[in-house]
Design a protein around this ligand. Sequence first.
Ligand SMILES: Nc1nc2c(ncn2[C@@H]2O[C@H](COP(=O)(O)OP(=O)(O)OP(=O)(O)O)[C@@H](O)[C@H]2O)c(=O)[nH]1
Ligand SMILES: [Mg+2]
Length: 312
Amino acid sequence: MPLTRKPRIAIMGEFSSGKSTLCNVLMGARPLLEKVTATQLPPVWLSYGPDDAYTMGLDGQAYDLDLRDLDQVSLETTEHVRIFMKSDVLRYTDLIDMPGISDPSMSPEVWERMAHLADGVLWCTHATQAWRQSESGVWNSFPAEMRQNSLLLVTRFDKIINEGDKAKVLKRVRQETEGLFSDVFPMSLVQAMTAGDDEGKWLQSGAHGFTNALFDLIHRIIDEGYPEPGQEGMPMIRPDEADTAEVGQSLIARAFERKMAVRNTPVVRVAPRRVANTGERLLRTERPTADTGPTVVSFSDMFAAAAPSKRS
Ligand SMILES: Nc1nc2c(ncn2[C@@H]2O[C@H](COP(=O)(O)OP(=O)(O)OP(=O)(O)O)[C@@H](O)[C@H]2O)c(=O)[nH]1
Ligand SMILES: [Mg+2]
């Protein structure tokens, strides 16, 4: 039975491993999020909706939050910060930007009490010290069912200069995390964030493969999830309609939109016909009808769709 609410994807990892930068890459650069990156905060739960924010206190009360006061949010009395904004990627999933798992300036309780909310995790591990014992310890304490809904990002990959070293790190991390994540992606988040219309840079950043995997993951969570208690029999959650006033701030969101069009294309069933076995493997991709646009989302498609920006 499918999920009746949006999936919630937590972004986790050691401190300074790129969690908030990843959030920026997903949502598109926004001044607000730069502030989130710069401040010691409890978990930040991001959802789609008209601009609004509150803090949820440990006393169970919600308190209005003016985002200009973000740096005054108390770690001692706040369970999480909730921010609503019309960022396209949030039409598909909620995101929870977690503090670092062994941040010396913060008790693990700060993220532990929110961890149960996550349906899946994007785990950021710092390339030059990837997959430390502390990370493996925490991840092993999570339910095994979450592994297939989670991706491991080897971030700051640009910090490893030598190609041989890159391959070595990736091989070791893949070996040590075998079966623990649905997939592993080396990424340069800074490169992805600053790629602009430079296709080479975007591809080199690793963001393209990650985007596809994330889209699939979100839909797997929806398709294979469970309805909220009391919502059994309710229809499956669908992405919010795009709000024309506020369009596509990230290339990832643009790519999602194209992939969504393909996903929503009804599959036309035709009688099977005999095909001579030529030994070639047939590509099992859905075939879009003529008016639904390209099946393969290329960088230039995404960028053409993203520009010109409607934000001014
Ligand atoms: N070169 C490079 N720098 C990166 C990359 N990802 C993140 N950084 C930088 O690393 C620093 C920390 O990144 P954040 O995104 O704040 O890390 P974080 O995991 O949110 O950190 P905490 O919330 O403090 O635990 C920032 O200065 C980023 O610009 C990357 O892929 N390459
Ligand atoms: Mg952060």
